[in-house]
Ligand binder design. Sequence first.
Ligand SMILES: Nc1ncnc2c1ncn2[C@@H]1O[C@H](COP(=O)(O)OP(=O)(O)OP(=O)(O)O)[C@@H](O)[C@H]1O
Ligand SMILES: [Mg+2]
Length: 273
Amino acid sequence: MANAESETLLLEFARLVREAACNPYCGDLKVGVDLGTANIVLAVVDSKNNPIAGVTYPSTVVRDGIVVDYPTATRVVKQLKQQLEQRLGCTLTYAATAIPPGISAGNTKIIANVVESAGFEVTNIVDEPVAAASVLKIRHGAVVDVGGGTTGMSILRNGKVIFSDDEPTGGTHMTLVLAGALGISFAQADEIKKDPAREQEVFAMIKPVVEKMASIVDGWLRYYATKNIYVVGGASHFEQFTSVFANQTGRQVIRSIEPLFVTPLGIALSVRR
Ligand SMILES: Nc1ncnc2c1ncn2[C@@H]1O[C@H](COP(=O)(O)OP(=O)(O)OP(=O)(O)O)[C@@H](O)[C@H]1O
Ligand SMILES: [Mg+2]
């Protein structure tokens, strides 16, 4: 974890999402809309960047950063917006959204259109790992976002992005491997994958997927003297995830607490006012 302040913000945002709660706020509210392959997350912060509210919903509308069901994506974001507005008792207007690095301009426009069609004014579109870096307050190092569909990485030097890339390997691929190995459905495998009591057994089966992710990241890092890799995203939850990455890359690997919520919170911080 980068610092105690980031940790406090992440824990508070996670609490607000889990308890469907909201905090008092000051100034304009800013909304981060993360349209993920596995989850759609809306994060609300105030003008002082304090977490105010948040909501998460299982996604079926995005695949590897590309919107595959525009009407449902728009409807879900609109419903989540209304849910938060009811909770907060005010209208939410200003938003930002994010893309995995390397998504084409056309697909980026579609993601922004979903958020605008849901009734937001989109003031910024950021790379997902860059959003994560802003929460963790990282100015140097590699930030890797291992989500449901993709593994994306940005390398920062003096706060500037000097490299970004993205590959379609994520938690979905872990679930597919598990479903195949156990002869069960994707839905059953996804539940087992997230059961802490079965982590050892699960990790033994999905380790080759993590090794593949680590080798992708190692390839990207080949020409960079980056010491630290900061890992976020839901698929990084496993205890042994960081040691596989460290062995493969020879770098120090630091996984964030609440890895599901780092990127959404960072998107909210990026809203321009
Ligand atoms: N406790 C857990 N253990 C293992 N995997 C988990 C856990 N919680 C969530 N996941 C996995 O994390 C993935 C979702 O992570 P995240 O919400 O970061 O992805 P996303 O943003 O929707 O996808 P992407 O960024 O690739 O579009 C899913 O594959 C989910 O099964
Ligand atoms: Mg994501």
